[in-house]
Design a binder for this molecule. Structure first.
Ligand SMILES: Cc1cc2nc3c(=O)[nH]c(=O)nc-3n(C[C@H](O)[C@H](O)[C@H](O)COP(=O)(O)OP(=O)(O)OC[C@H]3O[C@@H](n4cnc5c(N)ncnc54)[C@H](O)[C@@H]3O)c2cc1C
Length: 284
């Protein structure tokens, strides 16, 4: 549960990830109510904000960058997610790639799913100035400034780059000192985007490494300069076979998130240091 008034006793937060502790989550089974408190269920994020479209940019044939005005009072950590509703009230979850201190807008990266209700509406209908409805931000996949020297590994596929982009920029904003290695994977070049921005980030910060990985090619000439052939997880493990003491962020296709979590555990990453968002799609 999450305490919205009051502070949970520390014994009721034992074993929780630090991002959950910082948001006042606690385990009700080990919390004795010795004072007044107000609590909600973890998924009770039902506040809605109305906002407007600032820009819609096609980054590749399948990825749109959607920027929305940040409503007043809207709080978030880069990497958390919101629900975006279309005019009929159908909502889908999208991760926040922007950072509140650096960007005046909310940024989402939305991959076009063939016949997908909300992603097709964003790609084909939304235009600058349209009004849309969003939920508050939730989720615990975000940067925590509690260990500035820790090595960070970020692995994402397709639009799974969105939360990771926010997390990397947030870590740098907090002057993170440990190495930060970002592996972005896609089946084809059409899923690789923000290469220029990420290469620039790596150039400007000597603790940042960025590797774009494409797994399905028939000839090496299909790859842009600097893009590696292979799956992001396999390449990350090849480059970093032992990762004990690291913190990891994994976002995107659910099977990839599952397999990568397991592989990182075997490479020495503690499960409490694995933060992930599998992009599970809604049931039809
Ligand atoms: C925590 C979280 C964060 C997310 N963040 C992002 C994000 O930042 N960017 C982003 O693009 N998406 C993200 N998603 C996925 C997003 O919420 C939607 O599922 C996606 O955009 C499809 O919605 P839709 O309405 O277009 O398709 P729907 O109308 O829901 O689906 C249409 C059809 O396509 C199938 N389908 C849906 N998605 C996929 C898929 N990925 N692969 C294969 N078949 C599929 C459905 O089963 C259905 O048959 C996230 C999901 C979660 C749970």
């Amino acid at each position: 549960m999450r305490m919205v008034k009051g502070t949970p006793a520390s014994e009721s937060q034992k074993g929780l990830k630090s991002s959950l502790v910082s948001q006042n989550y606690f385990l009700p089974c080990s919390c004795s109510a010795d004072r007044d408190m107000e609590v909600i269920l973890p998924d009770a994020a039902n506040f809605r904000f109305s906002t407007s479209v600032v820009s819609v940019d096609l980054l590749t044939s399948e990825i749109v960058r959607l920027r929305l005005a940040r409503p007043s009072g809207f709080q978030y950590h880069p990497g958390q997610y919101i629900t975006l509703y279309n005019a009929e009230g159908t909502g889908r979850t999208y991760s926040l790639a922007s950072t509140p201190v650096l960007d005046p807008f909310l940024e989402l990266h939305i991959r076009l799913v063939p016949n997908g209700i909300v992603s097709s509406w964003v790609h084909k209908q939304l235009t600058v100035g349209d009004t849309v409805s969003i939920s508050e931000a939730i989720g615990n996949c975000f940067y925590m400034a509690d260990n500035p020297d820790q090595s960070l590994l970020l692995v994402g596929t397709g639009s799974g780059l969105a939360p990771l982009y926010g997390i990397v920029r947030d870590a740098l904003h907090h002057a993170h000192q440990g190495i930060i290695k970002l592996y972005h994977g896609s089946g084809t070049m059409a899923g690789i985007y923000l290469q220029q921005e990420l290469n620039q980030l790596a150039k400007n910060h000597n603790n940042v490494e960025y590797t774009a990985c494409v797994s399905r090619i028939s000839q090496a000439t299909e790859l842009d300069a600097g893009v590696v052939h292979g799956r992001a997880t396999a390449i990350a493990l090849q480059h970093n076979p032992r990762m004990s003491g690291w913190r990891a962020y994994i976002c995107g296709e659910p099977k990839m998130v599952n397999d990568t979590s397991r592989a990182l555990f075997l490479a020495g990453v503690s499960l409490k240091d694995v933060y992930s968002d599998p992009f599970i799609h809604s049931k039809p």
